[in-house]
Design a protein around this ligand. Structure first.
Ligand SMILES: Nc1nc2c(c(=O)[nH]1)N[C@H]1C(S)=C(S)[C@@H](COP(=O)(O)OP(=O)(O)OC[C@H]3O[C@@H](n4cnc5c(=O)[nH]c(N)nc54)[C@H](O)[C@@H]3O)O[C@H]1N2
Ligand SMILES: Nc1nc2c(c(=O)[nH]1)N[C@H]1C(S)=C(S)[C@@H](COP(=O)(O)OP(=O)(O)OC[C@H]3O[C@@H](n4cnc5c(=O)[nH]c(N)nc54)[C@H](O)[C@@H]3O)O[C@H]1N2
Ligand code: SF4
Ligand SMILES: [Mo]
Length: 792
């Protein structure tokens, strides 16, 4: 028997673990409490051996032999050599004839899979190949917390090494995030913080996970989160429960906004010799304009007190101009969301708004995390902006116990940004419609991908390289998606299992599970201690059949595409050495220490205030301050400060639909499965045999539905089935479903579900791709209209 120190890579938690191997067979995965994320394992982690030895694993490369219109693809086993040569030839042909942008990549999210092992290499391949199109669920999973918040703070707020400092937080705010299910290591750390007396606020339509332990649970109406955040911010401003000095010194709240065009006033507006690069605030002591220089991160007069409120008439060469500090405009907008308005809009009690504001302020330092609940919304960007505003008011950014940019082990960036020309970057699908959205960094949505394939707009996409990604189950507009994938000239898909999306591929490549392959992980994110650990995960057993790691596939494909020079000529060890060079760690040391090596790191706080030659670091934004007021938004035609937008498929925005579809539909993850995976594992399926929809007992009674009944879930876009589960914690007009159901579990005789028809259980069959966030393209999987009916 061998016990191998490793970690479970199946989801974002990456729990430290010990793999038990008996006679060469992987028999168990156990928690490793000596690992910074190893306190516990979930049922999925414990089912790892079942995953590895599952009968349905893909074990050999496959080639389609029948047309895509045929229900049977006629899969034929081929050699790796044939599969990769065919793939490289077809991809090269497409690039030569139609440009590399005619090939898109798709990828399973690193939060729900071990593709995180290979993500940067896959991105490097796609960029070296020359395509700016990666369909990786960014608009549903990471945009709000990382992309949108960066417009405010200059850095993505939650994700990577930028995390809530749970060890020191006085108040923890989880907004649309349930770590008990989604990120075990985070849940464990939160429970520890609660034991030491930290307060917890949970914003969630369901009383899920830690909401049961929270000091305050805000049962928000799905998708109305922006109004709630602005309402809480409004109370904080009104009562003076905010860090005034921080807002004054480190946000662009004091900068004056012109009343005529909403732009930030510049020095050039005041004098002919003034600079357009310098902004203007109002000096409350001297009662005159105060110039702010982003290059020096300072106001012209040391110790000056810029105004946060008021209206000021300034003399300009073109006459008098009325201006107000940005913060004054923001405060005014927040006042529109009084506790009464919030109560009516968000369906919560008005007293809760003040309680939340008070707790965020009085129990600080405050740290927060937000995720899926507010990502999959038609106003995902504005919701993230509103939460960012609220958070900036606490003054806890990068402070002990706040949201801290934890240190990370120095490493070379290998994602290959430099390999993609600016011309190709400019061709990312959706970039012209949404210039500030995820396409700026090569993330495209399925709506854009399907349009490019089917309508050839703005140009034709003809090839797809899929690393995992079950697009037809994970994304909306399923029927159009199927037509699009079937219309591709060439589609290669690498996966651990066959899935309904991969069924439309031309070539399928078998991928090893994380327990059968080596991978390098620099930092485990959730705490400074976790960040300091570097682990080279050892394979526990040899891959089944001919399965290979995604990294091996990327490197070998790169070589055959003539891109070997960017990939150390296929030498993965050499690539790791390059990646590790700045860390001072050697690959041999890591191989000799499977439990990982800790690199001493020091957590520095408030790095924005650190000075170099007398100039503070500031923030990576145009004004070098936290941008509560964002001119980039104004320039793109959006509101420059956080504002509320009604969910686009909701009772207020679509009253004509609300009669036929009176319920609000949202969804959440299941603890037993990752997204559309794992329904085939008997130990998990036994505990969660059916797709479910949760509804309030009153809503059920009104429809003659009992717990356990099969019901239909119908929206303006379609209909699917699910089993009713009664949940008293929900608002009677809110129901919550599950996505990801298609796979059968033959071992238990548990059925699979047709992903494309009303008798199936593909949640996303009833979600459309039309009503989306105008800034990011996010799709409202979490706020839709529906009706539920009992099925006889
Ligand atoms: N209604 C609704 N829709 C949603 C969501 C929701 O909450 N509700 N969540 C959204 C979110 S946040 C996300 S991230 C997406 C998730 O959607 P996807 O990113 O598609 O993720 P999964 O469904 O988990 O997995 C897709 C495939 O990846 C394969 N896979 C697993 N591990 C690996 C690996 O290491 N390598 C390779 N090559 N393949 C692997 C699996 O076998 C599976 O076939 O769904 C989104 N869609
Ligand atoms: N067990 C398990 N773990 C996973 C995954 C999995 O599928 N299963 N997936 C991984 C991935 S890809 C991701 S992105 C993360 C996601 O992790 P989370 O974001 O925590 O996942 P969810 O449970 O989908 O959503 C969190 C909460 O949002 C609530 N919610 C729904 N609608 C709204 C709303 O309108 N407003 C607010 N405020 N809340 C709302 C739900 O009730 C739910 O409790 O988890 C990762 N870990
Ligand atoms: S939470 Fe479960 S699936 Fe995720 S890494 Fe930990 S043990 Fe693995
Ligand atoms: Mo995700």
């Amino acid at each position: 028997m061998e016990r191998i120190q490793t970690y479970c890579a199946l989801c974002v938690s990456r729990c430290g673990a010990i793999a038990v191997v008996e006679d060469g067979r992987f028999v168990a995965l156990e928690p490793d409490p000596s690992h910074p994320t190893g306190q516990a394992l979930c049922a999925k982690g414990r089912a790892a051996p079942e995953l590895v030895y599952h009968a349905d694993r893909l074990r050999y490369p496959l080639k389609r032999t029948r047309p895509k219109s045929d229900r049977d693809p006629g899969w034929q086993r081929i050699s790796w050599d044939e599969a990769l040569e065919l793939t490289a030839t077809r991809l090269r042909q497409l690039a030569e004839r139609h440009g590399p942008e005619s090939v898109a990549f798709s990828a399973v999210s690193g939060s729900t899979s071990a593709l995180v092992d290979s993500y940067v290499w896959m991105q490097r391949l796609m960029r070296a190949f020359g395509t700016p199109n990666l369909c990786g669920s960014m608009e549903l999973c990471g945009w709000g917390r990382s992309g949108a918040t960066a417009y405010t703070f200059g850095v993505g707020m939650t994700g990577g090494g930028h995390m809530p400092d749970l060890e020191n937080a006085g108040c923890i705010l989880f907004w649309g995030y349930n770590p008990s299910i989604a990120r075990l290591a985070h849940a464990t750390a939160t429970v520890k913080a609660l034991r030491r007396g930290a307060r917890l606020i949970v914003v969630d339509p369901r009383r899920a996970g830690l909401a049961g332990k929270a000091d305050l649970w805000l049962r928000v109406r799905p998708g109305s989160d922006g109004a709630l955040a602005l309402g809480i911010a409004g109370v904080m401003i009104e009562r003076g429960w905010y860090d005034r000095a921080f807002v004054r010194d480190w946000t662009n709240g004091p900068l004056l906004v012109r009343s005529d065009d909403g732009r930030l006033l510049t020095e050039a507006d005041l004098t002919a010799t003034g600079s357009v690069q310098r902004y203007v605030a109002w000096d409350t002591t001297l009662q005159r304009p105060l110039v702010y220089d982003p290059a020096r991160r300072r106001y012209a007069r040391d110790g000056a007190e810029p105004a946060l409120f008021g209206e000021y008439k300034l003399d300009t060469p073109r006459g008098a101009l009325a201006c107000r500090p940005a913060f004054d405009l923001i405060a005014e907008n927040c006042r529109r969301f009084s506790p009464d308005v919030v109560a009516a809009t968000c369906w919560i009690e008005r007293e809760q708004v003040e309680r939340a504001a008070r707790m965020l302020w009085e129990s600080r330092p405050t740290a927060y995390y937000s995720w899926s609940g507010v990502e999959q919304q038609s106003s995902a960007t504005q919701i993230a902006r509103a939460i960012s505003l609220l958070y900036a008011l606490t003054g806890c950014f990068d402070a002990p116990g706040g949201n801290v940019i934890f240190p990370s082990v120095p490493a070379s960036n290998v994602a290959g940004e430099e390999l993609l020309s600016s011309r190709q970057r400019g061709r990312a699908l959706g970039l012209s419609e949404r210039p500030l959205g995820p396409a700026r960094t090569q993330w495209v949505t399925t709506a854009e991908l399907y349009r490019a394939i089917l309508d050839e707009q703005p140009y034709a996409v003809r090839g797809l390289v899929g690393f995992g990604a079950n697009l037809l189950v994970a994304h909306a507009d399923v029927t159009r998606g199927r037509a699009a994938l079937a219309a591709l000239d060439f589609y290669v898909h690498a996966d651990v299992f066959m899935n309904p999306t991969a069924e439309l591929a031309d070539v399928v490549l078998p991928v090893a599970t994380p327990f059968e392959r080596e991978a390098l992980k620099l930092g485990f994110e959730v705490s400074p201690a976790a960040q300091s650990l570097v682990q080279l995960r050892r394979p526990v057993v040899a891959p089944r059949g001919e399965a290979r790691s995604d990294t091996e596939i990327v490197f070998e494909l790169a070589r055959r595409l003539g891109l070997g020079a960017h990939f150390w000529n296929g030498d993965i060890d050499a690539a790791y050495r390059h990646q590790l060079a700045p860390s001072g760690l050697s690959l041999d040391t890591l191989r000799a220490n499977p439990a990982g090596v800790r690199v001493p790191l020091q957590t520095r706080y408030r790095k924005y205030a650190e000075e170099t030659d007398g100039v503070p670091t500031g923030f990576a934004t145009p004004t070098r301050k936290i941008e509560l007021y964002c001119e980039a938004f104004l320039n793109a035609g959006y509101r420059p400060f956080a504002d509320y937008e009604e969910p686009l498929v909701g009772p207020l925005a679509r009253p004509e639909l609300a009669g036929r579809f009176p319920l609000i539909l949202t969804c959440a993850k299941d603890t037993h499965f990752c997204e559309s995976q794992h329904r085939g594992l008997a130990s998990l399926r036994r505990r969660a045999p059916d797709p479910e929809i949760e509804l309030h007992p009153a809503a059920a009674a009104e429809r003659d539905i009992r717990g356990g009944d099969w019901v239909s879930v119908e929206t303006p876009d379609g209909r699917v089935r699910a089993r009713a589960r009664l949940n008293e914690s929900l608002h009677p007009r809110v129901v919550s479903g599950q996505h990801g159901w298609w796979q059968a579990c033959p071992e238990l005789g548990a059925p699979g579900y047709d992903p494309f028809g009303p008798d199936g259980a593909n949640f996303n069959l009833v979600i459309g791709n039309a009503a989306i966030d105008p800034i990011s393209g996010s799709v409202p999987h979490r706020a839709y209209l529906c009706q539920i009916r009992r099925l006889d």
